[in-house]
Each structure stands twice: as structure tokens, then as C-alpha cells.
Design a protein around this ligand. Sequence first.
Ligand SMILES: Nc1nc2c(ncn2[C@@H]2O[C@H](COP(=O)(O)OP(=O)(O)OP(=O)(O)O)[C@@H](O)[C@H]2O)c(=O)[nH]1
Ligand SMILES: [Mg+2]
Length: 297
Amino acid sequence: MALFNRTKREINAKIVYFGPSFAGKTTSLQFIHRKLKPDHRGAIKTMGGQKDRMLFFDFMPPELGEVNGFRVRFHLYTVQGEVTSPSTWKTVLKGADGVVFVADASGERVSAAGENLQRLREYLQSYGQEFQDVPIVLQCSKSDLPGALTPEEMAKHLDAAGMAAVRASAKTGEGVLQALSSVVKQVLKRLREQEPEEETLDGQEDAGTVAPSVSLDQTEEQEGAVPAVSADTLASPVAGAIAAPVGTVGEPDLAIAGPAEMTPDGRCCVPLAIRCGERERRYVLTVFLTAEDHHDN
Ligand SMILES: Nc1nc2c(ncn2[C@@H]2O[C@H](COP(=O)(O)OP(=O)(O)OP(=O)(O)O)[C@@H](O)[C@H]2O)c(=O)[nH]1
Ligand SMILES: [Mg+2]
């Protein structure tokens, strides 16, 4: 669910790049990052353990326009490397406003796409969301390889007839911005359908705002450029939530809401409660603990 920051008049929307391992998620995000002007995006950041690291950055190109007086900042997320714990993907998918399902269309790995799509369905259902509730785009990656299935064949194979499907190659960049653009448009459309009650509180009605065309293709390529770290860049989903409490006033209070728990893979999970005015939200702060010195005696 998008987070409204009324002070900055920004909406923070989250798009998750989900899919089987080795399908091209990281390569896609890196390509997108290179294509965006440094002024319009934050640095690529990573967080987490050695195996399943979260990779994310945010962007806000002005051509996206506004949603009823709010600018929209998109946060793109994926999980990198071998994902050992389903909770990693579930955590990243929590509150997703849109998903780009990156599937390897090159043949051998098509069955992995089916299994992962089913997993995506289950994870979303665990948050009470069905496929039809969430904008999802099927990015048919590795289409540059011989024998790759077409988007139509992939959609049929995955039984995903209603999903927008894009022929893509993360390696060449073909279709990557198109897939992003497609999900961004769907998210903006939904935000416009949901949002009015937030903005009318400030008396800034702008019901006539026209859906802007998403023109990511017009951004400049900045190969090798040092990314500008936007002061607005949110460091994590939790930091984002703290920075952007929904429709609240005053400073948020943060409290530890229960005992910390250790997981078998070395994570320490600390329940937190963040209160702002009348509203309270619960989060789990997950940290990886690494012993520097280990003595049995
Ligand atoms: N030919 C071709 N190779 C690709 C494409 N996308 C990714 N690759 C290659 O496939 C390998 C895996 O790509 P990644 O982007 O790391 O895949 P990923 O989905 O992030 O993988 P995990 O992080 O392990 O889940 C790399 O060697 C990429 O260069 C593509 O569209 N075409
Ligand atoms: Mg990756």
C-alpha cells in the first residue's frame, strides 16, 4: 500500500521485481538505474545477509507528473542471490503496489517460472491480496536467447492470460523499461482511484489531473555516472514507513513491542510499534548478527 507523506506532498509506491533465481532481476534493476538521470534517482542500496540480500533504489522522474498534488516516488526492490528463506521474499512483497514478474523465457527454466508465480500468489494471499488486486507485469526475460518463448507462449504456459506480458532482455535492455512503464502506469491509475480522501484534507483538490504518460525512454543514459544520493532516499522499508506515516501529524514515537526472537539462520527479529497521533503500525526489525569473537569458555 502506497505511503502518503503529507509534509513533502509525496506518495511512496513500492514495486517489487520478483521471479526465479538467475532470471535477470538484478540486471534489469541495474539497467533501469543506469537509464535514469542521476538527479531523478537515489543510489542502489543493498541490505541483508550474504545469501539473500535485498537490493533497492528509488526514483522520481518529473515526467511522471503528480497524483492530485502529490509527487510519486517509486521504490524498486528485489532480492538478490539464492533466497534461502521464504520470509525474505514475503518481507519485500509486503505493501507492494506493483510487481514485475521476471521470468526466464529461454526454455530450460520455464518450469521454474511456473513454480515462482505460484509462490508469488501464495505470498500475496498471505497479505490478503489476490493477483487481480495488484498490478503485475510479466517480463519475459532472456528473449534474446535462441528458442525463447514469446510473451504469448509464456502467458499461456503460466496460465496468466490477463497479465500484461513484455518480451525482454535484461542483457540488451529490450523491453525492460517497457515492463517498468507498464507497471508504473497501472500503479498510478490505482493511486488516482484510491487517493482523493488524502489530498482533500489539505484542501488541494486537483480532480482534473490527467494521467501522465510515463516516458522513461526519454531519460538519459549515464553509464558509469556516480549516482546522486537523494536526501529523500529511504534507507529501508522500515525507514520509509517511519519517514512517511500515512496521513498523520506530529513526530512518530517508536517503541519495542515485544521480546526479540532469534531465527535458526542467525537473524534477530525485534517487534516494533510506531505510533503517530492516533495511529499505530507494527513492524519487525530484522538484523543479521555475526559473532566477531567466539569463545566456548
Ligand atoms: N542472454 C541474457 N542473459 C541474461 C539476461 N538477463 C540476465 N542475464 C544473465 O543471467 C545471469 C543472471 O542474471 P541476474 O540479473 O543476476 O539474475 P537474478 O534474477 O538477479 O538472479 P538471482 O539474484 O540469483 O535471483 C547473469 O549472468 C546475467 O548477465 C537476458 O535477458 N539475456
Ligand atoms: Mg539478482
